[in-house]
Design a binder for this molecule. Structure first.
Ligand SMILES: [Zn+2]
Length: 259
């Protein structure tokens, strides 16, 4: 058997279990020993621990960056890092590709509420509750979308490069995770999208839709938009207000964390 030492940093430790550190002395939980046979790349070894390659931004061996195809030699010590705001890397050492010019998402079936939040903020977000894993991976790859999922296996597919493993069960916290991970607070689009069909909303005059409005909406709101696909009408009512408040909360929190 060949032995290596592994040390995972920051949020990558979310993927590890106590079993990884079972052979360690008390208090010695920074690294653990992994035994393997045959030829294994850094990627093979990292994913064998349950950590998807898509979460890893930097691997150091003896202080030098290596990529996912590096063949690990017995006795080596791998330091493995997630994407970290504070870790200023030169682009050629980063294993996670840079974000595309336009931020677009594709979400797995469990993230319906998060999909509507992202659409309401204006991000182009593909979501259907019947996409299967290979379809999700293909869409992420072919349409340069960030894949958001709670399925680790999906994040380990070769095709998937830009992705994030959602931790929380709560959609509002999930939104915070995504905005923080990809530093999107400064990149929220101008135009909102329909939370139901993802189409960009179009402005519509109040006069045009007057007959479709409830009396109170008619009385209190002046600005409206319409989805060209499902024809639904939107205004800056309570849903919009809730989302704005949530966004303000997230902004405060992220600013606090990054100080
Ligand atoms: Zn619509």
């Amino acid at each position: 058997m060949k032995k290596v030492k592994l040390r995972f940093y920051g949020s990558l430790r979310d993927f590890l279990s106590e079993e990884h550190f079972a052979g360690n002395l008390p208090g010695q939980s920074r690294f653990f020993i992994y035994e393997f046979q045959g030829r294994q790349t850094t990627r093979d070894i990292i994913e064998a621990q349950g950590v998807p390659h898509t979460a890893v931004d930097l691997i150091l061996i003896k202080g030098k960056p290596v990529d996912f195809s590096y063949l690990v030699q017995p006795g080596e010590y791998l330091s493995i890092y997630p994407a970290w705001r504070n870790l200023k890397l030169s682009p050629q050492d980063k294993l996670i590709p840079g974000l595309p010019g336009e931020i677009k998402f594709v979400l797995d079936a469990h993230l319906g509420k998060l999909a509507s939040y992202l659409r309401m903020l204006g991000f182009d977000t593909l979501y259907r509750n019947d996409f299967d894993d290979s379809e999700l991976a293909r869409l992420a790859d072919e349409t340069s979308r960030i894949l958001l999922t709670r399925d680790r296996g999906l994040l380990m597919r070769h095709q998937v490069r830009l992705a994030y493993f959602i931790r929380s069960d709560y959609p509002a916290v999930q939104l915070e995770e995504v905005l923080e991970r990809f530093e999107l607070l400064e990149r929220i689009p101008e135009n909102r999208r329909c939370p139901v069909c993802n189409r960009a909303l179009e402005k519509v005059s109040k006069q045009e839709i007057l007959d479709r409005l409830e009396p109170l909406t008619k009385k209190y709101y002046q600005k409206f938009s319409k989805c060209p696909d499902c024809n639904k009408i939107y205004w800056q009512g309570s849903h919009y207000k809730q989302l704005e408040e949530l966004l303000q909360k997230i902004k405060k929190k992220i600013k606090f964390i990054s100080k």
